[in-house]
Design a protein around this ligand. Structure first.
Ligand SMILES: Nc1ncnc2c1ncn2[C@@H]1O[C@H](COP(=O)(O)OP(=O)(O)OP(=O)(O)O)[C@@H](O)[C@H]1O
Ligand SMILES: [Mg+2]
Length: 225
């Protein structure tokens, strides 16, 4: 199962939610999980040292059929059962390599989580937005991470991509709730995650993988049910 998490407005919590979902799936799935970083923030969220490590964009940029284990060689162990493929450093790649990647991920026996990042309302021709749109569009689960916020919902409606499900990061005091979000976006809320200072603190301390807050674990276990 490939789950692509994306946002229509920056800073909603897609990267942290993707990291948490990958950790939950690594624990709950006997095969473990693999998380792919398109945004570039996941090593930091997992408390790994920042470096110009090779990653998925470098794999894409090799314009030939790569050896079967080439993507596996880019994997970085993060926690028991969880590996990360970083974003990498390449800036452009042939379009057909993206087809190869989506086919490879669809055959993966582990649960795959992709931190797609931002899908803008305007589709542009840059390789980066093409990659984001195609990976989010081809995943079995295309999950929009959003706050219950009027501006975020407006932007989500203007993207060309339709989500198969929603993950709502709920904050106290908002006028809109999950039912409003479902009505506007015409998709089901799969998980409601309370904005919890414990989550932000664990991220800032680089301790998310060893101290995943229980509230988020419970909420994310429901995503694929
Ligand atoms: N469930 C949560 N509870 C509390 N804080 C959270 C939660 N999820 C994310 N955050 C915080 O919100 C901020 C933005 O999170 P994150 O980087 O995951 O968003 P994003 O959608 O990936 O942003 P970007 O557009 O930069 O990629 C961070 O400071 C993070 O610690
Ligand atoms: Mg992000």
């Amino acid at each position: 199962m490939v789950s692509a998490l994306w946002t229509a407005k920056g800073g909603a919590g897609a990267t942290v939610t993707a990291a948490c979902l990958a950790l939950v799936l690594a624990r709950d799935n006997p095969e473990g999980s693999l998380v792919i970083d398109l945004g570039g923030d996941l090593p930091a969220v997992f408390g790994l040292p920042d470096s110009d490590r090779h990653g998925v964009t470098d794999w894409l940029a090799v314009d030939s059929a790569p050896p079967a284990d080439a993507l596996a060689r880019l994997e970085i162990p993060v926690a028991t059962g969880l590996s990360l493929v970083a974003r990498g450093t390449a800036a452009s790649w042939p379009r057909h390599q993206v087809d190869l990647l989506t086919a490879l991920l669809a055959e993966e026996s582990r649960a795959v989580v992709i931190d797609v990042g931002l899908i803008g309302p305007e589709y542009d021709e840059s390789p980066d937005s093409d990659l984001r749109l195609r990976l989010a569009g081809s995943a079995e689960e295309s999950l929009l991470v959003t706050r219950p916020c009027y501006l975020a919902l407006r932007r989500a409606l203007r993207t060309r991509l339709r989500a198969s499900g929603l993950i709502v990061i709920a904050e106290k005091g908002r006028a809109l709730d999950e039912v409003d979000v479902e009505d506007v976006l015409d998709a089901q809320v799969r998980a409601r995650i309370d904005a919890d200072p414990a989550v932000a603190r664990a991220v800032d301390a680089g301790l998310l993988s060893s101290r995943l807050p229980r509230s988020i674990h419970r909420a994310l276990r429901e995503v694929h049910r």
